[in-house]
Design a protein around this ligand. Structure first.
Ligand SMILES: Nc1ncnc2c1ncn2[C@@H]1O[C@H](COP(=O)(O)OP(=O)(O)O)[C@@H](O)[C@H]1O
Ligand SMILES: [Mg+2]
Length: 239
């Protein structure tokens, strides 16, 4: 991260914790953070989903306030799963199982009845659509918890699983990259532990992923090879 990004803005509500792809996350105090969408996008749909999953006991931050682009929520304390994997504090297989179990559990929750959320198909469930190791915080008190619900909506479980598999496979497909081998191990173990076969939704996941305006050209080029890896490893896992 560029140190200049950490410099306080005039209108900063508190110290900047991280500045991710879409949002700035500020610490308000020990117990609360404020996540602010930089493009001003409303957080109302996201807040409705997070409140729903939290109320059903799913590990996510408690929401305190949602207004405009600001989401004020419980501050989770602990490293992200990505940090823990990189530091070898969590074995790859355990990290992969964690991701799979979080999705398995999310997809079993009751579907919220909320005007902000549209149901497309009868078998739609709550989907996160961006579950990867940097969006999991390993809390001491509540175990692994899921953050970054900005893409969440009602949709097919297969699309959610295909999206996570594709995100892992993009790192695996980057053969010269430092994490290629680790990501391949994560992908294979994830596919073995997840309940839903991603293959019926892989094409749609690829379409959504290639449409992502945040993808830099180097990443976009990895998507076809990543999809081929998902196809190869998912066949063994869900046949
Ligand atoms: N409720 C929270 N408590 C503590 N840290 C958080 C919380 N929400 C997000 N973070 C941290 O901020 C980072 C970026 O937030 P995230 O919601 O993932 O936004 P982005 O879309 O920018 O990735 C996360 O990877 C996590 O480290
Ligand atoms: Mg994130």
């Amino acid at each position: 991260m560029n140190p200049a990004q950490l410099a306080p803005h005039d209108d900063a509500p508190g110290p900047l914790l991280t500045s991710g792809r879409d949002a700035d996350v500020y610490a308000l105090d020990e117990d609360r953070v404020l996540r602010r969408n930089r493009d001003g996008q409303s957080v109302l749909r996201e807040a409705a989903i997070v409140r729903h999953v939290w109320a059903h006991g799913f590990p996510a931050p408690q929401v305190f306030r949602a207004e405009g682009a600001d989401l004020e929520m419980e501050r989770l304390h602990g490293p992200t799963l990505l940090q823990a994997l990189a530091a070898e504090e969590v074995p790859l297989r355990e990290g992969a199982t964690m991701l799979a179990e979080l999705l398995n559990r999310l997809h079993r929750l009751p579907v919220p009845q909320d005007d902000l959320l549209t149901v497309g198909n009868a078998d739609d469930v709550v989907v996160h659509l961006d579950l990867h190791p940097a969006n999991v915080v390993l809390t001491e008190s509540h175990g692994p918890a899921v953050v970054d619900w900005s893409a969440a909506r009602l949709g097919s479980a297969a699309l959610d699983v295909a999206t996570t598999a594709l995100l892992l496979a993009e790192v695996a497909a980057d053969e010269g990259g430092d994490y290629s081998h680790a990501a391949q191990v994560l992908l294979v173990a994830f596919l073995a532990a997840v309940d839903t076969d991603p293959l019926p939704a892989l094409d749609e996941a690829v379409r959504l992923r290639t449409r992502d305006s945040h993808l830099v050209p180097g990443e976009r080029e990895l998507v076809p090879a990543a999809a081929a890896l998902v196809t190869r490893y998912a066949h063994g896992a869900h046949s």
